[in-house]
Design a binder for this molecule. Structure first.
Ligand SMILES: *Cc1c(COP(=O)(O)O)cnc(C)c1O
Length: 408
């Protein structure tokens, strides 16, 4: 394999948090699928916003408000360009993926009728299951599940069989946060469109690793959370095709989303403001744009190549540990490794790793149905970012071995 073009040690200097110690040990941060760390370049944008042009947007005639509005709208355009959306008003700012999904689920209440069907994949995050269950309760629509196999891959023959003229919506994560599986989204979209169903992809876990192209995918809705890709928490987007966003009713009422209000009737603002009631996370939106600039300067191809190396290195090193089993062995994966050691509760491993300064996630990863499928209470999940190193993988492997000796 050729030498990685990423200069990881220079990149790591951009992330102040990576210098800290935890329990007297250098931090080894391997919980990137829960949230990523923030580079100084993004922190600077946040500090600059609050120190020099904090103001409410789209309202004031004063200069600060103009500056904040310009920066926020420029961020929207950056996001549009990054995801190659046809139009900037197809990018709706939200508080993140959960909010974006709820916006769509709420909107579909008026478009579904009893007996219509919604397909969801068997490997969904809870935020991608519960809103659809609520939607089904409201409308009488039926939720059906696209099954997966033991490798954590969707069974596409079953998907094809589930699709019918009753199917109105298909929901699937682009990448599974619990297993790392990259789903065959092109095929999912193509088959759904043949029978006239809309597709929403949850891109929260994909966006940090894969630059998704909205027009090429021809996807109807796509959701992203900034905090999983070097941005701040509490901000994200919903991408929606204009024709779909026009069909959906507003989600929340309030300021910013109206054209004209009287007590008799209110008319709604045009896209994207129709879905952006109230004062948004202005600073967060601007910082999200800065996070995309940061990652694009490194380059998504270089990131993907390096992360793939890390994944292979970590997978083979962990598999050398006796009794260790990896859940999620799909052919196409991002840098998530979910594992257990026979006879040891994942939580106990997590506690020992923390004492060694290693941050991993343990538990069901907001995807309980996946754990039920494998008949396990949860897993230890190590998830890597482009700023992680092979040395950190070695620290993890040594830590897991130590936990095994202590606990087994
Ligand atoms: C993190 C995550 C979510 C939830 O994102 P929030 O930012 O908490 O709204 C949804 N789906 C997947 C696949 C995720 O990884």
């Amino acid at each position: 394999m050729t030498k990685t073009p990423l200069d990881i040690h220079t990149i790591r200097r951009d992330f102040p948090i990576l210098n800290r110690e935890v329990n007297g040990k250098p931090l080894v941060y391997l919980d990137n699928a829960a949230t990523s760390q923030t580079p100084q370049q993004v922190i600077d944008v946040i500090v600059e916003y609050y120190s020099s042009y904090n103001a409410n947007i789209h309202r004031g005639v004063h200069s600060l408000s103009q500056e904040a509005t310009d920066a926020y709208e420029q961020a929207r355009i950056k996001i549009q360009e990054h995801f190659n959306a046809a139009q900037s008003h197809e990018i709706i700012f939200s508080s993140g993926t959960t909010h974006s999904i709820n916006l769509v689920a709420n909107g579909f209440s008026s478009l579904l009728k009893k007996g219509d069907e919604i397909l969801v994949s068997a490997m969904e995050h809870h935020s991608n299951i519960v809103p659809w269950q609520m939607l089904c309760e409201r409308t009488g629509a039926v939720l059906r599940v696209i099954p997966m196999n033991d490798n954590g891959e969707l069974v596409m023959e079953e998907y094809s069989k589930l699709l019918s003229p009753k199917t109105k919506l298909v929901f699937c994560n682009h990448v599974s946060n619990a297993l790392g599986t990259v789903n065959p989204v092109e095929q999912i979209i193509e088959e759904a469109h043949k029978i006239g169903a809309a597709v929403l992809l949850d891109g929260a876990q994909a966006a940090p690793h894969i630059k998704a192209d909205m027009q090429q995918l021809d996807v109807d809705f796509y959701t992203v959370s900034a905090h999983k890709m070097c941005g701040p928490t509490g901000v994200g987007i919903l991408y929606g095709k204009e024709e779909w966003l026009n069909k959906l009713p507003p989600y929340q009422g309030g300021g910013e989303m109206i054209a004209e209000v009287t007590f008799e009737k209110t008319t709604y603002a045009d896209l994207p403001h129709k879905f952006e009631a109230g004062t948004p996370n202005i600073c967060g939106g601007i910082a999200f744009g800065a996070a995309l600039d940061y990652m694009n300067a490194i380059g998504f191809e270089a990131i993907a190549k390096y992360e793939h190396e890390l994944l292979e290195y970590a997978t083979s090193a962990l598999l050398k540990i006796e009794d260790l089993k990896i859940f999620g062995t799909a052919k196409e994966k991002t840098t998530v490794i979910s594992f257990n050691i026979e006879g040891i509760h994942p939580y106990d491993i997590g506690v020992i790793l923390d004492k060694l300064g290693i941050a991993v996630r343990t538990g069901h990863h907001c995807a309980q149905p996946i754990m039920d499928f494998f008949k396990i209470p949860g897993t230890v999940r190590a998830s890597f970012s482009f700023y992680n190193t092979k040395e950190e993988v070695d620290v993890l492997v040594a830590g897991v071995k130590r936990a095994k000796t202590m606990l087994q």
